[in-house]
Design a protein around this ligand. Structure first.
Ligand SMILES: Nc1ncnc2c1ncn2[C@@H]1O[C@H](COP(=O)(O)OP(=O)(O)OP(=O)(O)O)[C@@H](O)[C@H]1O
Length: 291
């Protein structure tokens, strides 16, 4: 698979504050990356740096092999971006905006545009300044999807969408990732949505990517162990890579990282106890890793 984005030792400071440190990663064709992090973790900063809208303090980001802040207008046409705050032209109607934007795109998909405008009930002849937040967000998504980008970056694209539009949007996203092999980086606080579409996860914490890799691997890597013994467990019990634990006499619950199934038997022998492994959904993993 072709590399679309390459990030090397990226650092970004804002005044005295370090926002991103030692970020090394790669985005390949067909990757759908869920970018997760608490408020202020640096998600928008990372996405803007990838887009070349902000300069790295150190390190570099390459998009299609070019430094992101030096990408050409032809390369820009290969990128779709839905910003957290839309940049629509207030005085135009959606019809005018779509037609103006389409003129500058080499691969505009009019069929998809018409289908989405219809199913999302975009009021095509109303001034954009009079649209609701959700209608504006839908229009921004249509603009980003319909020029069939090779790289699609979405910063909180669904916050104002109703559940029906959100589900349709996720379906579209999966289909373009599969059919067109578009690389997608998607930031959202609706973690259940991310879990439906993501193949990979980037988790930002303490200015760094504390996890990056396949979603399935993350789910095998972070688990909750429910331990129950015949007699009270030692209160100073230590389990490697534990990030949180709760004791209740003969039972205990540990959340651990770096888990692999072979450890279960060893632990049961060592503690003379039953160990049940609970695999977590992405939202629970996010909460545990940020606890
Ligand atoms: N223009 C700016 N000047 C100074 N600091 C800034 C600026 N923009 C963002 N920051 C700081 O950089 C950090 C990261 O902000 P960023 O917007 O990237 O976070 P985020 O993860 O996208 O947050 P959210 O989930 O709330 O959208 C925050 O601590 C923020 O205060």
């Amino acid at each position: 698979m072709t590399s679309i984005v390459h990030i090397t030792n990226l650092q970004r400071r804002m005044g005295k504050q370090s926002v991103l440190q030692n970020i090394n990663s790669e985005v390949r064709q067909g990757d759908v990356i869920a970018l997760l992090g608490k408020n202020g973790a640096g998600k928008t900063t990372l996405l803007e740096t990838i887009l070349g809208l902000a300069l790295p303090t150190a390190g570099e980001v390459r998009v299609f092999g070019t430094l992101s802040h030096e990408i050409t207008s032809t390369e820009k046409q290969r990128i779709g971006f839905v910003p957290q705050q839309d940049e629509l032209l207030e005085q135009l109607t959606p019809r005018e905006h779509l037609s103006l934007f389409a003129q500058f795109q080499a691969k505009w998909n009019n069929t998809l545009c018409e289908r989405l405008c219809q199913s999302w009930e975009i009021p095509l002849n109303t001034r954009i300044s009079k649209l609701s937040l959700g209608q504006r967000q839908k229009l921004s998504i249509i603009l980003a999807l319909c020029h069939q980008p090779d790289l699609l970056i979405l910063d909180e694209p669904v916050a104002s969408l109703d559940p029906i539009a959100r589900r349709q949007f996720l379906t579209e996203l999966i289909s373009i990732a599969l059919d067109q092999q578009t690389a997608i980086i998607f930031s959202s606080h609706i973690v259940t949505d991310m879990e439906r579409v993501a193949t990979k996860v980037w988790l930002l914490k303490d200015h760094q990517l504390c996890w990056q890799g396949e979603l399935d691997m993350l789910k095998e890597h972070v688990v909750r162990l429910h331990i129950s013994a015949e007699s009270p467990l030692p209160t100073n019990l230590v389990i490697a890579n534990s990030i949180r634990h709760v004791y209740q006499g003969k039972t205990a619950m540990f959340t651990v990282t770096g888990w692999h199934d072979a450890l279960k038997h060893t632990l049961e022998q060592q503690l003379q106890a039953d160990v049940r492994v609970e695999y977590l959904n992405l939202e629970d993993i996010f909460l545990e890793l940020n606890a």
